[in-house]
Design a protein around this ligand. Structure first.
Ligand code: GDP
Ligand code: IMO
Ligand code: MG
Length: 428
């Protein structure tokens, strides 16, 4: 059972980091395949908390080799910091392998991200400001800088200059900013070249060979289905393909090599940034979910928008990603509610639908139709088997399973590494 994708089924922050870390003990390669340091993945080991922005969450496990695939956009300063910080805390992690084809985030991409958001005003996306959109734009526009360019200084300088020839016009003439010096940018990138050179490999070849030998490869998604540039709530999305199919294009393995797709779903819903969110709560209930679930962004520290579980949202992700198993996280946060609403349909201008609408305008008008489940008062954080859960809690899990059309194979009952219930082995 070697190729496994772990991916978010909502709008991010479902607990992908914890699930990945937990599985990584039996994983040979842990691969990030999309996004960049817009991600913030948390791993809690004992009293220690680790936040991964770029490194795959399997990195804390010595058995698993960390890999950054071609689909990732890479900020080399952040990568160096992240590695040094972990090592500074005494975590002896090896350097990740890096695809020669991954694109580099430069200072001008970060500046453009920020000034564009400011320019958009109340039409902004609410990006993380990490330069993600402009870097992927350059990639698609064939103006990007790749990891391999670091090893040919004259090519690198030419590419940075060509890109800034155009971007400086935009920065100066439209945004009234200072022009950026191409030599400064190139020097900043080249400063990392020798450090990373030994780890720049043909990632596709390494992973395919590993799979041929029966090694276990875990592809760790960042962001989530509904932030996908093709299938998410466009334009309120990120600029990459976090969907399971992105694991193939973002690392260089074919679709038949993926054996299992684990969708991570929070027992309620959260979102950071702008965009439609039908079950969002604006009252005390939303505040209670935020405070009991500690719903604050790992990357930007923004309070997350909170709402009830939306079965239509997760069902859509289950379908498009061929999810084989769900891992339901943060079920412990729902202890203590007398009744728990679950969104089972939308009312869109008087019409009821059980699936997500085709158009974004309809989604903006969607009003959730709730079914109310009886809650439970017990603390479930010590539960380690499904039978340990209170009856109403079991009924909640079973109902979600029915509504979204995938089996729930794991349940998170706390942030810690061991605070989970395994129903079906996710690797076997
Ligand atoms: P990711 O981006 O999908 O990796 O998720 P984040 O790390 O951004 O956010 C998930 C948060 O929930 C983190 O603070 C985790 O430590 C925490 N977490 C993960 N699983 C559980 C769980 O089952 N219960 C509780 N209470 N917290 C969890
Ligand atoms: P993880 O991997 C939650 C959101 C931003 C914004 C939109 C576009 O931790 O789940 P971007 O900077 O990517 O151009 O921003 O996407 N966003 C996330 N929201 N979790 C994330 O990552 C996110 N990464 C990006 O808030 O709305
Ligand atoms: Mg996160």
């Amino acid at each position: 059972m070697p190729g496994i994708v772990v991916m978010g089924t909502q709008w991010g922050d479902e607990g992908k980091g914890k699930a990945t870390d937990q599985m990584s003990e039996r994983v040979d390669y842990c691969v990030r395949y999309s996004g960049g340091n817009n991600a913030g993945h948390t791993v809690v080991v004992g009293d220690e908390k680790f936040f991964m922005h770029l490194l795959p969450s399997g990195v804390l496990n010595p058995n698993s080799t960390a890999v950054l695939g071609n689909g990732v956009v890479l900020n080399l300063d952040v990568l160096a910091d992240e590695i040094d910080t972990l090592r500074g805390r005494g975590v002896g992690i090896p350097h990740p392998l890096i695809s020669a084809n991954a694109h580099l985030i430069t200072p001008y991409h970060q500046t453009l991200d920020k000034v564009t958001e400011r320019f958009l005003g109340n039409r902004r996306i609410g990006t993380t400001g990490r330069g993600i959109g402009p870097t992927y734009s350059d990639k698609i526009n064939r103006m990007g800088i790749r990891v391999q360019d670091l090893f040919d200084e004259s090519i690198l300088r030419q590419k940075v200059e060509a890109s800034l020839d155009q971007k400086n016009q935009i920065l100066v003439k439209i945004y009234n900013r200072r022009a950026i010096d191409p030599d400064e940018v190139a020097d900043g990138l080249l400063a990392h070249a020798e450090r990373i050179r030994p780890y720049v490999v043909d990632v596709a070849r390494v992973l395919n060979k590993g799979l041929d030998e029966g090694k276990v490869v875990l592809f760790e998604g960042a962001q989530a289905h509904h932030l996908d540039v093709d299938f998410g709530t466009y334009p309120y999305v990120t600029s990459s393909n976090p969907i399971a199919a992105g694991a193939c294009t973002g690392s260089g393995v074919g679709p038949t090599r993926i054996d299992r797709i684990v969708g991570i779903a929070k027992a309620y819903t959260t979102r950071v940034g702008e965009g439609p969110f039908p079950t969002e709560l604006f009252d005390d209930d939303g505040e209670r979910l935020r405070s009991e679930g500690s719903e604050y962004g790992v990357t930007t520290k923004r309070p997350r928008r909170c709402g009830w579980f939306d079965a239509l949202v997760v069902q859509q992700a289950v379908m498009i990603n061929s999810v084989t198993d769900l891992f339901l996280t943060k079920l412990d946060v729902l202890s203590g509610w007398e009744r728990i609403p679950v969104c089972v349909a939308y009312d869109i201008d008087g019409e009821r639908t059980g699936v997500m609408p085709v158009t974004q305008s309809d989604l903006h008008h969607a009003k959730p139709v709730y079914e109310f489940m009886d809650g439970w008062s017990e603390d479930i954080s010590t539960a380690r088997s499904f039978d340990d859960l209170p009856r109403n809690c079991q009924a909640y899990v079973r109902r979600l399973e029915e509504l979204v059309g995938a089996r729930i194979s794991g349940i998170g009952v706390g942030a810690g590494r061991d605070e989970s219930i395994v129903i079906n082995d996710l690797i076997d």
